[in-house]
Ligand binder design. Structure first.
Ligand code: BTN
Length: 320
């Protein structure tokens, strides 16, 4: 028996007795108990009640390759060499970096050391959100990867629009927001030789059903997708939509860079014409955001001067 089988049985949120689990999974009751204890150690909220058995306090929809493939376009299936779903990993970006296949997709139900930008932790509770990393190899001829983070943000916005989510906005360079609250983040990590192909890990964290309690350590305003939709969305369907959009977008980005994303960026950009503070290393720059230039650089107006900023450790926040 493995965690996956046990979880699939418990996913309905109903009580299952030790005896039932040991019969269904063909293991001893002690083995069941040990696996339950491991789930507990991973932070999975298992409730054990004497005389009734075990249950997950909340029913969950587990990620499933069959479900993802059921919703994905045929063309997308051909795009990815391999898609893995893990129960728990340190970080899907880390796993995608270790697996030397491209294009490769790694998904996990939870991350024990999820990574955010600027060394932050990415809070990754069990079976509530999407933690997805995609490894893609760009050849030497790809002009510039500077605007890739904007392209991925547009991919997420397009996927969410397709799923019927209204009010999605993008904050340069790659935060996905709803009403100024962070819904999703993107972490790009690249490796390769100068002048050679570059393998990029595109890490996407998307809050779907995280409760306020689960996200209490997050030090910025955040939102879960299910807070704004009438009916809870299926994580498998969301993953399929994201992979479809990635599979359509990345070859175009490889060929033409940001130009195929500029129009959509402008549509989703939620900073344009707002006062912003730009953190550039230890320097802070006040100005008015004026959208992006043709290469995805952020335009900031200060007095009569329009300056373009790009890449690196730049952060942007609406000023008070
Ligand atoms: C950000 O700080 O905005 C970026 C967050 C990126 C989180 C995702 S979750 C999947 C992938 N694995 C990680 O460890 N990080 C990224």
């Amino acid at each position: 028996m493995n965690f996956e089988e046990l979880l699939a049985t418990l996913a309905d949120g109903k009580f299952h007795s030790g005896e039932e689990l040991s019969n269904t999974l063909c293991v001893s009751r002690t083995a069941v108990w040990k696996q339950i204890a491991k789930l507990h150690d991973l932070g999975v909220d298992v409730n054990a009640v004497k005389g009734r058995g075990y249950r997950l306090r909340q029913s969950v929809e587990l990620l499933s390759l069959a479900e993802i493939y059921r919703h994905i376009d045929d063309k997308t299936c051909d795009t990815f060499d391999r898609i893995d779903i893990e129960l728990a990993v340190e970080s899907t970006n880390r796993m995608a970096a270790d697996v030397k296949v491209s294009p490769y997709v790694c998904l996990a139900e939870m991350q024990t050391a999820g990574r955010g930008r600027r060394g932050r932790e990415w809070v990754s509770p069990f079976a509530t959100n999407i933690y997805l990393s995609l490894a893609w190899q760009f050849n030497e001829a790809t002009s510039s990867l500077d605007s890739l983070s904007l392209c991925v943000a547009v991919v997420l916005a397009r996927a969410l629009r397709r799923l019927g989510c209204a009010g999605v906005g993008l904050k340069w360079p790659n935060d996905v927001l709803i009403g100024n609250r962070k819904l999703a983040g993107i972490l790009l990590e690249a490796s390769g030789e100068v002048g050679g192909p570059i393998r990029v890990i595109v890490g996407v964290g998307l809050n779907v059903a995280m409760s306020r309690g689960q996200g209490q350590s997050i030090d910025q305003d955040w939102i879960s997708l299910n807070e704004i939709v009438a009916e809870p969305l299926s994580r498998n369907e969301i993953v399929a939509a994201v992979l479809d959009e990635m599979a359509m977008a990345l070859p175009g980005f490889e060929e033409k860079g940001f130009s195929g994303f500029e129009k959509d960026w402008r549509e989703f950009d939620c900073l344009t014409d707002r006062p912003v503070v730009l953190q550039l290393g230890s320097k802070k720059i006040d100005g008015i955001a004026r959208g992006v230039d043709a290469t995805g650089g952020l335009l900031i107006e200060r007095g009569d001067t329009l300056t373009v900023y790009r890449g690196g450790e730049i952060s942007v926040r609406p000023s008070k």
